[in-house]
Design a protein around this ligand. Structure first.
Ligand code: SF4
Ligand code: SF4
Length: 261
């Protein structure tokens, strides 16, 4: 059930307010594109496993989708998920045992996509959370009209998102969105490149396979240098760089986009 936090008759803006219901840590079905697990980026895996060991917590990490590149015989996957529900890091008082070190998915929630990377805003930008009425946010804060063509720009949308969700969620969603955009572009290139032959792997075969991470697969195929991977994780996908970018876009030039909700 959604708890309305904005009344149409008031001029008050919609802000996300976590009501500590624990839902997003109890079940992962609504987190990021209905993934049935807590999504983890490849560079978060080592830390997540280390935290599980430190807190003596049992986790189960699985690949989200495995593909086979037939020419090289390499298996790879883009992201991983922790599938035990409720999250093993959730304590009896519904508090996160690793709050200050929690993964990006948890930091950004209920933001699913960032308006800087995905400026055509619709409800897919938000997770299903009782602390936010996403439709009211779009209508009230972004001044969108239902069923009409709406115009917004990155600068304005970024300001509204940042104000409503806070810096940590905004910057975390920016990192995840850059990663999604990078993977999408790389996959498009791979599909068009005749030196690749991809095949989806049946879920029944997953237990027999240890896939490469996507970055490692690109390195093995000569699409990425080993040091570019480190630069990407620490630079392009790094927190400080994305925080700086957030404020430079907010203070910079807007770019118009036409959108319809
Ligand atoms: S983020 Fe949303 S779903 Fe998660 S605990 Fe807060 S209100 Fe509940
Ligand atoms: S790591 Fe923490 S915030 Fe994330 S799902 Fe688990 S308990 Fe919730």
């Amino acid at each position: 059930m959604k708890i309305p936090i904005y009344h149409r008759m008031t001029k008050q803006k919609v802000k996300f307010k976590c009501i500590s219901c624990g839902k997003c840590c109890q079940t992962f079905r609504d987190q990021e594109a209905k993934s049935n697990g807590l999504p983890l980026r490849e560079w978060e895996l080592a830390k997540f496993k280390e935290l599980a060991k430190k807190h003596n917590v049992k986790i189960n990490i699985q690949p989200i989708d495995i593909a086979l590149e037939k020419r090289s015989g390499l298996y790879f996957c883009v992201d991983f998920k922790q599938i035990i529900e409720p999250c093993p890091f959730l304590d009896k008082n519904k508090r996160c045992l690793i709050y200050s070190e929690r993964p990006l998915t948890c930091r950004m929630y209920p933001l699913a996509q960032n308006p800087i990377v995905f400026p055509n805003i619709d409800l897919s930008h938000f997770g299903d959370c009782p602390g936010l009425d996403a439709k009211e946010f779009i209508i009230k804060n972004l001044k969108f009209k239902e069923g009409k063509e709406n115009k917004t720009n990155k600068q304005f949308a970024a300001k509204e998102f940042l104000e409503a969700f806070g810096e940590d969620a905004f910057v975390s969603s920016l990192i995840v969105s850059w990663h999604q955009a990078f993977v999408k572009k790389a996959m498009e290139n791979i599909v068009q490149d005749k030196s690749f032959k991809l095949r989806k792997v049946s879920k029944y075969d997953y237990p027999k396979i240890t896939p490469l991470t996507f970055f490692d697969f690109l390195i093995r195929k000569g699409y990425m240098e080993e040091d570019s991977k480190e630069k990407m994780i620490e630079g392009t996908l790094g927190y400080e760089r994305n925080k700086e970018m957030t404020y430079s876009i907010i203070n910079g030039e807007p770019g118009d986009k036409k959108v319809v909700i």
